[in-house]
Design a protein. Structure first.
Length: 255
């Protein structure tokens, strides 16, 4: 019994330590592991942030491995964000509705951009995405109405539902060679988009993925017609968009 009590107390102490929070400047961190923290919260007065690889607390150094849900939500004065290379996960709504945010640099450690992470960042004009991003969540960049171009690294495999929907100024998007999944309405209502190039790696395209793109006249697929037919496709990919066919390496197919 005494041994069990000792183990319990040790675990309780460990849990208490890992749940500890501390603040450096405008930013609060939560200890999530022996050597890791999550950026938990930022004061609404913050104007710029460079999220470091590590932070120190009580003489110990911790790696910053994630940005918490709503961490910078509605920080209306925030104009620029640079994310360190140790961050792996940007959680849901982390930077949503930061309406003054113009520049975002995502570090080379990030693998997942969560649902609504940068939703309605209406002033965003410059987005640099790290080389290890694998998945972009639903509505991650929805209504980023000032964004004109996006380049996705070859590491990206999954683009979620409405991920870039209503990015009305978006003129070009370069999809990496590894994309397999494009979600429903992923690029819907991107009214400045005139052409789109799709990689041969695709296995799924959701409903109306390119719908309501009023200037979209050209879709190029980097595979053959036979490969295109094998892709699992939703309904009305080009709903209310002028594009009527896809140009493959060995001919065209109707949408």
């Amino acid at each position: 019994m005494r041994k069990l009590l000792t183990i319990f107390l040790a675990l309780a102490a460990s849990t208490s330590l890992w749940a500890d929070e501390f603040q450096i400047g405008y930013i609060s961190y939560e200890i999530t592991g022996e050597n890791t923290v999550e950026l938990d919260y930022a004061d609404e007065e913050i104007t710029q942030v460079a999220i470091p690889n590590t932070v120190s607390y009580r003489g110990k150094t911790y790696r910053v491995t994630s940005i918490g849900s709503d961490a910078f939500y509605d920080c209306a004065k925030l104009t620029s964000v640079t994310i360190g290379d140790y961050v792996k996960n940007i959680r849901q709504d982390a930077f949503a509705e930061c309406t003054a945010l113009r520049t975002v640099v995502i570090g080379n450690g990030v693998t997942h951009i969560g649902e609504g992470a940068f939703a309605e960042c209406t002033a965003l004009t410059s987005l640099t995405m790290g080389s290890k991003v694998q998945s972009i969540g639903e509505i991650a960049f929805v209504e980023c109405k000032s964004l004109t171009s996006v380049t996705l690294p070859s590491s990206v495999t999954h683009i979620g539902t409405e991920a870039f929907a209503e990015c009305t100024a978006l003129q070009s998007i370069a999809l990496g060679s590894g994309v397999t999944h494009i979600g429903q309405e992923a690029f819907a209502e991107c009214n400045s988009l005139q052409k789109l190039s799709l990689p041969a790696s695709l296995t799924h395209i959701g409903n109306s993925a390119f719908g309501m793109c009023e200037r979209l006249y050209s879709i190029i697929y980097k595979g053959t017609k036979e490969q295109w037919y094998k892709i699992a496709k939703g309904k009305e990919l080009n709903y209310d968009s002028p594009v009527s066919h896809v140009t493959c390496t060995n001919g065209s197919v109707d949408l």
